[in-house]
Design a protein. Structure first.
Length: 105
């Protein structure tokens, strides 16, 4: 899943679906992920207004991952080729992933 502002509601739905797939209440997931149950409610309904740090805690706590590709060189980090894009694997099947223009799948 490519993460853009326009698809953040899909991120919220994916997080909720994964939590439910694991049969976790919001309170249980909050305990595991180190966030509050109200944050999980907010992340599932309106992730655009949530802290990236807490979203990453929730994503990791649910056993999912978020990665950044094409990060520009700064502070001694190596510069990978390509442009900056954020990709996340939320258990979406490959056939549902739409590559960015100029990006191969």
């Amino acid at each position: 899943m490519n993460i853009e502002t326009s698809c953040l509601c899909d991120l919220g739905k994916a997080l909720e679906a994964e939590r439910k797939r694991q049969k976790l209440s919001r309170e249980e997931a909050a305990s595991v992920c180190g966030v509050s149950a109200s944050f999980i409610r907010d992340a599932e309904s309106d992730p655009e207004n949530c802290s990236l740090g807490k979203l990453v805690r929730l994503i990791s706590g649910l056993g999912l991952s978020l990665s950044v590709a094409g990060w520009p060189q700064s502070q001694g980090l190596p510069q990978p080729p390509g442009r900056v894009s954020v990709r996340a694997d939320f258990g979406v099947s490959d056939e549902r992933i739409v590559p960015l223009k100029g990006e191969s799948s």
